[in-house]
Design a protein around this ligand. Structure first.
Ligand SMILES: *Cc1c(COP(=O)(O)O)cnc(C)c1O
Length: 372
């Protein structure tokens, strides 16, 4: 196979390309916030909350300052804390576990399904104890977790289900958008996410009015009415500046997600019949490819080889949570989550963003197939 000589570099993500494609609109939205000096809550935030709730086909959305805060406040709003256990996937970003820890509850990890890389619903029953209060399925890489069996076991045991949708804005499960599938959902607008702010930002989505009200209060120093503090709340508000940027970008999200799906299809087609293992998509899932994950032998060597060819990649995630120094206290050992551990050594996240071109994907795939 010959390398395409026109391509000089393939970035892993390209936030500049996205910004320049809509710069005048974004700049105007930011200028508007500045000119009105309306920086904290109010109409700017509530307009975006309403649009985002509608986008998720859910009733309420509450803007917060990060995806981690959204998870933490959701758990707190359901009264989860010290002495409780919360189950989540062994293969996720550390923030899912951290949010559980912040409340005082203990994260309990469950291994992933080898085909979907998401939490394996068949392993839930064994992980549930008298202390279990909630399950946090993670729609990792933008592919929805298999929600029906998760919800079924949760309902039968009286457990709360909080979707970690931080990588899955716009993904669908059985035709329905993620965000309204469980009791609550957390979204991150970290800049590199499918819908990204110009800084940190997040959103809690729910169909439960009482929980929505509670989170609105928790995120804003525990007040519903100014200076009437009903609980010891937090400063976890969403900035108006971020809401303005996100409001503009939300109008492009479907277009960007469909470009990501096209890129994923091109990768899948080009990797067909090669030793590279590509993601499988169950019938229930319409993923949004926050990340495109391939599995290869000699991942570290490949990554090095690719970076010499200026193809930049990532690993999500190289060290599973149960093997992190920060989570030694949980007492897990190497071998406890064999699929997660094996995949951590094989997975590589390939360049993926809407503005990627077919030539860049060709170049990336050719480079990978040239490595031996
Ligand atoms: C990004 C992310 C988070 C945390 O979001 P922040 O906005 O960075 O706090 C949580 N869970 C998953 C799966 C994520 O990818």
């Amino acid at each position: 196979m010959t390398l395409n000589t026109k391509i000089e570099q393939v970035n892993f993500v390209d936030l500049k390309a996205q910004y320049w494609s809509i710069a005048p609109e974004i700049d105007a939205a930011i200028a508007d916030v500045v000119h009105n000096t309306a920086f904290i809550l109010g109409k700017g935030v509530s307009d975006f909350e309403n649009e985002f709730a509608r986008y998720c086909q859910a009733q309420y959305a509450i803007g917060v300052d990060s995806g981690t805060s959204a998870l933490e406040l959701a758990l707190r709003a359901f009264g989860i804390g010290k002495g409780d256990e919360v189950i989540t996937a062994a293969n996720t970003f550390i923030a899912t576990a951290l949010a559980i820890s912040y409340t005082g509850a203990q994260p309990v990890l469950v291994d992933i399904d080898p085909d979907t890389y998401n939490i394996d619903p068949n392993l839930l029953a064994d992980a549930i104890t008298d202390k279990t209060k909630a399950i946090i399925p993670v729609h990792l890489y933008g592919q929805p977790a298999d929600m029906d069996p998760i919800l079924e076991i949760a309902r039968s045991k009286g457990l709360i289900v909080i979707e970690d949708a931080c990588q899955a804005h716009g993904a669908k499960y059985k035709g329905k958008r993620v965000g309204g599938l469980g009791d609550a959902a957390a979204f991150s607008f970290y800049p590199a996410k499918n819908l990204g702010a110009f800084g940190d930002a997040g959103m809690m989505v729910t169909n439960n009015e009482e929980i929505a009200e509670h989170i609105r209060m928790l995120r804003d120093v525990g007040q519903r009415e100014k200076y009437h503090h009903e609980v010891k709340g937090y400063n976890h508000r969403l900035d108006n500046m971020q809401a303005a940027v996100l409001g503009v970008k939300l109008n492009y999200l479907d277009e960007w997600n469909s470009a990501r799906r096209q890129h994923a299809q091109q990768y899948n087609d080009l990797f067909g019949g090669t030793p590279v293992i590509t993601p499988s998509t169950p019938d229930y899932a319409e993923p949004v490819y926050h990340l495109y994950i391939a599995r290869v032998e000699d991942r570290d060597g490949l990554q090095e080889f690719l970076s010499e060819r200026k193809v930049f990649t990532g690993i999500h995630y190289p060290i599973p949570i149960h093997l992190q120094q920060a989570y030694k206290e949980l007492g897990y050992q190497r071998g406890d989550f064999p699929i997660t551990e094996r995949y951590a050594d094989q997975i590589v996240s390939l360049p993926m963003y809407a503005e990627l071109t077919p030539e860049m994907i060709d170049y990336t795939v050719n480079s990978i197939l040239n490595y031996s």
